[in-house]
Design a protein around this ligand. Structure first.
Ligand code: KG4
Ligand code: ZN
Length: 364
């Protein structure tokens, strides 16, 4: 159980996240089994990438460079007037995202973390970003009380859609993954087709609130496939075909009335959510976990949360439903610090910080 095994002595971890389009730094304290986010800063690059319609890796890396030092300064209580070697905030280890993510973006965080490890002579914990998302749910103290192994996760982000069974800290079994696009990509790409600004997910789900989810019958890919795998690229194609067939093109844009846009968004969201929910219930019945958590950027989606909760209550009432606290669904440094703590709890061997490098393809 999480609460029994949490580190008993006081330990402070600095968490650094730069894998994609959020620069984030956090300071996490674990004391007598309690975990507290002491400081947390997130500088989002979304408005910058929105201009290009998606994340531009080179721009992401350069923006991390511009943001990261000031976030570290704020977190460690450093000011430009104080020598960088002195800080009024103590920490015991530095956790940094090693991957998966954009290579050049990851390297910004890793090089900064290595510099801190060198200056402060502290251990460096290379963290798997996906493990960070799993740990985001553990950061909520009420969730930790209900935590039990095995715990099943639906990890839904911009790059990943996976059902993961966690048998202990550091012990993961991937039950299924997407064969093509991730759920977040399905939201973002269909949103883009309809002219919504990047990232489409939050905008599409807002517009869906006033739409009819049954207005358009979009495909539910792999819904009846015996495997637990996902596939979302067919949905994107179906939306593209429908837009071409039913809506006039003007200046290479589709002309859609507000009402129809609401209906399209509601119908797309309903298709994505139904597949995620049905596969989750199937995986829950099969793996019989003690608890279930939905994590990753798409877990911020209200309809997904509500439908998962409802379906689990009906089919597996003994399984507790958990989700991250508000603000911790999308990428953040606190979840990286928490995953760093999990590495300590599971006694994972820490590498020599000089040898740590980005691993853009890292898997769980
Ligand atoms: O976890 P995350 O911040 O980054 C990755 O690790 O990929 O997830 C970002 C994804 C984007 O695709 C975004 O559109 C989606 O999460 N997202 C949402 C919502 N909020 C964020 N998708 C649907 N509904 C939302 N409310
Ligand atoms: Zn993420």
């Amino acid at each position: 159980m999480g609460k029994d095994r949490a580190v008993q002595k006081t330990i402070k971890i600095l968490g650094i996240e730069t894998s994609c389009d959020e620069t984030s730094v956090a300071l996490l304290t674990s004391k007598n089994g309690n975990v507290k986010i002491e400081k947390h800063y997130i500088a989002t690059q979304i408005p910058i990438h929105a201009r290009y319609g998606g994340v531009v890796p080179e721009v992401a890396a350069r923006t991390h460079v511009a943001e990261l030092v000031s976030l570290i300064d704020k977190t460690l209580g450093l000011t430009l007037n104080v020598k960088r070697q002195t800080s009024n905030v103590e920490f015991d280890a530095i956790a940094v995202t090693q991957g998966p993510g954009l290579a050049t973006a990851l390297r910004v965080g890793i090089e900064a973390a290595k510099t801190l490890a060198w200056i402060y002579e502290k251990p460096l914990i290379p963290v798997n970003h996906l493990e960070g998302h799993l740990a985001s749910a553990w950061l909520e103290s009420s969730n930790r009380k209900k935590w039990g192994f095995p715990i099943l996760f639906l990890l839904v982000s911009g790059g990943h859609t996976e059902l993961v069974l966690m048998n202990d800290f550091g012990k993961y079994k991937i039950l299924s993954r997407t064969r093509d696009d991730a759920a977040g990509e399905a939201f973002d790409k269909t949103g883009k087709l309809m002219g919504l600004e990047y990232p489409g997910g939050p905008k599409l789900s807002k517009l869906a609130e006033d739409g009819n989810p049954e207005a358009y019958n979009f495909p539910r890919p792999m819904l009846h496939d015996p495997s637990l795998d996902f596939s979302f690229s067919g949905l994107k194609t179906a939306v593209r075909v429908l837009l071409h067939e039913q809506f006039k093109i003007q200046n290479s844009k589709f002309k859609i009335s507000n009402k129809k846009l609401n209906d399209l968004c509601a119908s797309i969201q309903a298709a994505i959510v139904e597949v995620l929910v049905k596969k989750t219930v199937k995986a829950t019945l099969k793996s019989k976990p003690k608890a279930f958590a939905v994590v990753g950027g798409v877990s911020a989606n209200k309809m997904l949360q509500d439908e998962l909760k409802k379906a689990l209550k009906k089919s597996c009432p003994e399984v507790t439903f958990l989700k991250p606290a508000k603000g911790l669904h999308t990428d953040n440094g606190a979840m990286i610090a928490a995953a760093g703590l999990w590495n300590i709890i599971s006694n994972k061997k820490l590498p020599d910080w000089r040898k740590v490098d980005a691993n853009p393809e890292l898997d769980l």
